[in-house]
Structure formats: structure tokens, C-alpha cells
Design a protein around this ligand. Sequence first.
Ligand SMILES: *Cc1c(COP(=O)(O)O)cnc(C)c1O
Length: 391
Amino acid sequence: MDDLSHILFSLGEERDNYFRSIAPPIMQTSNFAFSSVESIRSALKDEYSTFLYSRGKNPTVDILCKKLAALDGAEDALVVNSGAAAIFLSVTSQVKSGDHIISVRDPYSWARHLFDQILPKWGITCTYVDGRDVANFEMACKPNTKLIYLESPNSWDFAIQDLSAVAKIAKSKGINTICDNSYCTPIYQQPISLGIDLSIQSATKYIGGHSDVVAGVIAGSAALIEPMFRSEYMCVGSGIQPFNAWLLLRGIRTLEARLDRSSKSAKKVMEFLKEHPLVEKIFYPLDPSFSQYNLAQAQMKGAGGLFSFRLKLNEIDKIEGFVNSLKSFLLAVSWGGYESLVMPKCAGIPKNEFSPLNEQHRMVRLYIGMEDPAYLINDLSSAFLAVQDLS
Ligand SMILES: *Cc1c(COP(=O)(O)O)cnc(C)c1O
């Protein structure tokens, strides 16, 4: 990647065009005026390279696209209204009726919905594989396989795929690859440099960083991004609005610093949890206890502030009691903001289906935000004491 500081603080900013203002302007306009019929005629011919109408290109959005493409080491990037839209656009741009997709098992829920509910309407089928073993991809290949869909790491159990090995297999068979990189961001992992064709992420998480905007990114070669812009992107009309693009630009200034703080604090909180008698096991790709630690170390530069752990509590009321007692962690989905979050797996199942024998049901996910880790450890410690009082 170009020098990271250059990307975050300088690349794409043309201050001579806007009164040398430090912060870029929010170009809150739907359309752009031309001085002659000849000039609007050439703009109409090529919306990819002109500011004509903001469903296509917009100057504030364009600054963001340049930075995000460079962060991913990609030639170009598109920013859309959600990570789910990034999944939808990137996948549908790569397949047609009758094609077959191989996806890593348990991808993000709305990717799964796309594969199971929407694409079958057009005769597109999907096979799920355990991505921890590269051989599973090769075995699932069919003559009509056109796309391999990856998510590394997964955002609950952090299972990872050997991205360069999968990319190599795919290339040898003329199959394109997409990797959901929301967990790492391009700062900690660059799928494109490992041979993946399209790197996508939910910008709602770390890029925005302040829990106030929903957005998604698709990065790749110009050969893939330009036709996607001219077709699916323009047709769906889900490009990010200028104000939200501006919020992401503001978020991105501190991306590296926030990730660094979040990772360091997460390590301290994990050290506390590992020693606690009510904690059975923690799950974090860059913890030496992680089952794929060597692969994680080889392809990731960092792992951020999201991890999970399994409680040694056999009653759902105690797990709920622990979570409900936390005061400094907000009980919420998502992650990547300034605030620490907690999410128990048992919130996703009907209460009477809880089984202590199902290890998944005892999992709790934490996201460590910008708070002082001692403040968070204190809160966890009190919540454990509150649970012990329940027995
Ligand atoms: C949140 C998330 C998404 C979806 O992003 P939205 O911005 O919420 O639409 C996709 N993939 C992963 C791994 C996510 O965590």
C-alpha cells in the first residue's frame, strides 16, 4: 500500500478546488451543470469519468473512493449504502443464470440470505464448505462454478481461510473470488495483495468508527469495478450519499489509531478473562491458543478489538444475568465504534432451546472500544461477582 499516512491524510484531496479548506466540502447536490451542449454530450457518454448526476459520481464520495481503493491496494473502489449492498452488488455482478457459487460456511447472515433465498430464483446455486481446509474448495468445484465467496475471519468464531491458497486454486480454474474483510479492514489484511479479486467490507464498523453511519465498500481492479459501476451500481442506485461519505472521511482519519487502541485494550481485557474461573476459552485469531494461529499470523497484521469467549455457566439465566449486569458494555449488534459492546450468542435462540452441552450457546462476544481497559475490566469483574451471587 502507498504510505498509510499519505492515504489517510492527503490522497484524493484537492484543496485548491475548495478554498484550501482542510476538511473537504459536503457536495450535497444531485446534479451538475454544464456550459455547452457539447460538454454535457461527452459527460452523458461517460458517467464513470464525469460528475453528471450524484447517483453516479460525486466529488465528496470520490475522495473517499480514492482513499479506500488505495487502502486496499486496489485500482478502484465503490462505496455503497451498507455492507449488505456491497455483498449484493459484488456477488450479482459476477454471476449469471445457471452459475454455481462456493461459499465459506456461516457467512454473514445477509450473504447467506442472498445465496439461499434470492439467487436460486435465477437458477444460481451455492455450496457451503468448511473454509479451514483449502481442499474443500477444490472438491466443491463444478464445471459451472463462477465464484468463491470468503469471509476471513468470520465475526463469531473467527474461522479463517488461507486466502492466497484459495485464490490460486480459483485462478487456475478461471473462478473469481470475493472476500468479506470487515473484521480486519485493509489496515490489518489486504485480500487483494493475496490474490483475491474483490475485497469488500462493512464500513459501518471500523471505517465509520463512531456508530453513526451505515455503509459498505467494494474494492478491486478497474477491469472489475468499472463495469460494475456502469451496470449494477448505477442500476441499483445505492451509492453512498455525500453527507455519509463525509462522515466516513472523518472516521478514516483516525482509523489506524483507533484500531491500534482497540487491539491493545482487547489484549488487556483478554488477559483478565483468561485468568477468570468462569471463563472456559477465549477466541481471537491472534491469540496463541487459537486453532489457526499460524495462518492468522501469516496473513493478518492485526486483529482489532472483537473477540469472543465461552462461559463456564450451565444455566441461561446466569449467562443472561452476567450480560445484564454489565454497565460499561452496551448490549448491541455491530462493532467498530468508540463504545464497547457485548452480544451473547443465546440472544439469537429461543430461551427454551438453550443447552449447556451446545458450546455455541455459552459464547459471548465482546467488542472493545476506546475506553480505558481498566474501566472495562472492573465492569466485567463486577458482573462475574453478580453471577456468583445468583448461585
Ligand atoms: C456488519 C457486517 C456486514 C454487513 O454490513 P452492514 O453495513 O451492516 O450492511 C457484512 N459482513 C460482516 C462480516 C459484517 O460484520
